[in-house]
Design a protein around this ligand. Structure first.
Ligand code: HEC
Length: 138
């Protein structure tokens, strides 16, 4: 069922043509990250810090520790984590689009390049894109 939905989503939205293999291939657009910055400032900065460096009790969302936590997972996993558990003060309150925008901003802040296709606002469409702390050879 989930696989069927994913296939349907791919064809409807046209993401299947050029799925990014990893976040090094450009998994979001610069415009999307810019929108995400505004949403991050509203919904996340109070705990995770204005520039994703972490706060008194919330961990950083950029840098070595964060990338180590997420290395080898997918953008879909990070999407799900944010969508289902954040903001910790009001989990599940953000739309998929807003979560995707914020994730784009997090990826950009961690030094990953923007691309031509936005990060989709649906976790099922993101499972092919790996988060890799180190750029793969080639
Ligand atoms: C009320 C404070 C608070 C707010 C607001 C908040 N967070 Fe968090 N966040 C936390 C805490 C505390 C943790 C660690 C404990 C946990 O996992 O719940 C965390 C953990 C995380 C993690 C896991 C980090 C890792 O290294 O694995 C991510 C990703 C995250 N938050 C993203 C966000 C995003 C994106 C937003 C805004 C939509 C947000 N958070 C808003 C408190 C907050």
């Amino acid at each position: 069922m989930i696989a069927a939905l994913a296939v349907l989503g791919f064809s409807v939205n046209g993401y299947a043509q050029s799925p990014a293999q990893s976040v090094w291939n450009g998994a979001f657009t610069a415009e999307q990250a810019q929108r995400g910055k505004a949403s991050y400032t509203q919904a996340c900065a109070v705990c995770h810090g204005p520039s994703l460096g972490g706060g008194d009790s919330a961990p950083p969302l950029s840098g070595g520790v964060f990338l180590n936590n997420w290395n080898g997972t997918t953008t879909g996993s990070l999407f799900e984590r944010i969508h289902d558990t954040m903001p910790a003060s009001d989990p599940g309150s953000l739309s998929g689009k807003t979560v995707a925008d914020i994730e784009a901003y997090i990826l950009q802040t961690n030094g990953f390049p923007a691309g031509a296709v936005p990060l989709p606002a649906d976790q099922q469409l993101m499972t092919v894109t790996k988060i890799l702390a180190t750029k793969p050879a080639g």
